[in-house]
Design a protein around this ligand. Structure first.
Ligand SMILES: [Zn+2]
Ligand SMILES: [Zn+2]
Length: 580
């Protein structure tokens, strides 16, 4: 029977939500399935495992009836109810749901009226000008469909988000480390360098008994198929569809192997060139000098032998790190323990927001922040919907929320609370909260959440409005990219950096799994221009506050030091940037 990963389940739930919508069923059902899909996507354990342990109810947003359907899915491989819901609709509408901006009703209409079976058919119909002729569609929507289809190729990439692959690798590593013959186990390649997206999972183990390790590895419970197993290597397919390679090496030579397979390719080329000049040649076995091979237990010894400081994996991209290591000038980059607070957090408080609510209350967020050892926490829900509220309504909602937060400020011990909002930089360049509302807050985070396709000039202009506002301290997810879904928009970064530096506006490194935005390269650029940064989780549920670590890895890849990151400051210093 097919294994249903969380990704498969989320997709299935979205299809049912879409099917309900196309059938014009009640709003409540549509939203319930959509929310369920979101919480499955955010789940940190495989649902199948939870179900086996009888813990499916620990996933928020999965009502009793959906849990019942999933139970049927795990037991029988299908859900009768889902099949009957989908059967009444043209099957060709479902593949179209992957196309950005195309809702279920449009997908239904296109599939039924033009007899479209897949995105290929749709692209053809759009190019032939058939879509514009349908009622409710026009030349503009036809063009938008074509653009969205061209962006689909980004989605179907076989690279995984770092945040998807990392927990899987952690489980394998912990499993391997539990074996008595395992001296050390580490990830390799882009995963170890913490690149935003990674291909296969590669892992290396140091052991004097490779056979025992390979045998132990083959019993890992998430393996679906063993593709290959030799004396010191094995290649498998995991239940979630990921490809995993294992290599075992003797402890005395492990350093060179780890270094070699961590890459990057360009970093290794630079090292090789540097070594050659000194009459040495490097490989995954060690360093040869005058025909004699020297082995290394650790990477530290390997780098030191070449006459340079140890370089952390995140910096191995051949962007000057080898030269810096030789001259002893590598910066001491930020670590997770340096972080003193998280100020981009969405709660379940009903502020009637423009975008999604979070899953937890203010109190739950504050308590989680305390658990993480933070000195301060910022509550920053989306602002009230701009198009659905009058100015007075927006201000009233903000006032009511503020009263609530003011009470929490006095009752919260050992942690400081900031009353913030994440406001929209609207398509017309205005902010989604009027000045009178902004004045009530301790500060604001502003970000672009609509009209991402504006050109460079317009995006820059919109961002400048927020940067120049005295009420905005932070610009959230500055490039707007969604990994594997949407490219960054273009912006005039030198101009933006200069303005941020002048107005002391902070740019965010958003640690949300599919954002990791700013990107590592822009982090480095921003720092060079003297711009201050902040790392926030943008968590919509308290479990996601843990994603901070992925923001840290972006900062490290961007060579950020403690002094570059605002939320490494203790509260007494940090608060000076806000109206408290
Ligand atoms: Zn946002
Ligand atoms: Zn947000």
């Amino acid at each position: 029977m097919k294994y249903f990963s969380n990704k498969d389940i989320a997709k299935l739930l979205r299809e049912i939500s879409a099917a309900y919508e196309a059938r014009g069923e009640n709003r409540f059902k549509i939203v319930a399935y959509d929310n369920a899909a979101t919480s499955v996507e955010h789940a940190t354990s495989e649902l199948k495992d939870l179900w086996e342990k009888g813990k499916l109810s620990t996933i928020p947003g999965l009502g009793k009836s959906i849990r019942g359907h999933l139970e049927e899915l795990f037991k029988t491989g299908k859900v009768k109810h889902f099949d009957s819901v989908k059967k009444s609709l043209p099957q060709g509408m479902f593949p179209l749901l992957d196309i950005g901006g195309l809702g279920p009703k449009s997908a239904y209409k296109l599939a039924s009226e033009l007899d479209i079976k897949n995105t290929g058919d749709l692209e053809k119909a759009a190019k032939e000008g058939k879509i514009r002729k349908l009622a409710g569609f026009g030349e503009k929507s036809e063009q938008e469909i074509l653009t969205a289809i061209s962006e689909l190729s980004l989605k179907t990439t076989d690279r995984y988000l770092l945040t998807e692959a990392f927990p899987v690798a952690e489980r394998v590593l912990n499993y391997l480390r539990s074996h008595k013959n395992c001296d050390r186990a580490e990830p390799l390649g882009s995963l170890r360098r913490m690149v935003a997206t990674v291909g296969d999972i590669d892992i290396a183990v140091a052991s004097e008994n490779p056979k025992a390790i390979i045998e132990h590895f083959k019993k890992f419970k998430e393996i679906s198929r063993i593709l290959d197993a030799g004396p010191r290597k094995s290649s498998v397919l995991l239940l979630n569809g990921m490809h995993l390679d294992l290599i075992v090496q003797k402890a005395r030579a492990f350093g060179a192997l780890l270094q070699h397979f961590t890459g990057s390719k360009n970093h290794n080329i630079r090292l090789r060139e540097y070594a050659l000049k000194k009459g040495m040649s490097v490989s995954d076995y060690g360093i040869k000098v005058k025909g004699k091979l020297k082995e290394f237990k650790t990477e530290e010894e390997f780098y030191n032998f070449l006459g340079m400081d140890y370089i952390i994996p995140e910096m191995r991209e051949d962007t000057g790190e080898v030269e810096a290591a030789v001259s002893g000038k590598l910066p001491e980059v930020i670590e997770i323990k340096d972080i003193k607070g998280d100020i981009h957090l969405h709660s379940s408080y009903r502020i009637e927001p423009s975008h999604d609510l979070g899953a937890n209350s203010f109190e739950e967020i504050i308590s989680e922040a305390k658990k993480l050892g933070y000195q301060y926490v910022g509550l920053s829900d989306h602002s009230p919907g701009f198009s659905t509220h009058t100015k007075t309504q927006i201000i009233d909602l903000i006032k009511k929320r503020s009263e609530n937060i003011e009470q929490l400020k006095t009752s919260s011990k050992n942690i400081k609370v900031l009353n913030l909002l994440e406001i929209d930089i609207l398509a017309n360049g205005e902010l989604s909260v009027p000045e009178e509302g902004l004045k009530i807050l301790d500060g604001a985070i502003a970000g672009i959440h609509s009209s991402h396709r504006h050109d460079k000039k317009m995006i820059t202009k919109r961002m400048m409005v927020a940067i120049n506002s005295p009420y905005v301290q932070v610009i959230s997810h500055p490039t707007g990219r969604l990994l594997n879904q949407r490219d960054s928009y273009e912006a005039d970064w030198p101009v933006i950096f200069k303005a941020c530096q002048r107005t002391a506006t902070i740019l965010e490194i958003n640690a949300f799994p599919n954002r990791l935005d700013l990107t590592d390269t822009l982090v480095r650029e921003a720092i060079k221009q003297g711009v201050k940064l902040i790392i926030n989780s943008d968590a919509h549920a308290i479990e996601q506050m843990d994603n901070m670590r992925f923001g840290i890895s972006v900062a490290r890849r961007g060579w950020a030091q403690r002094k570059d990151i605002a939320n490494t400051l203790p509260w007494v210093e940090f608060k000076k940037m806000f109206r408290v």
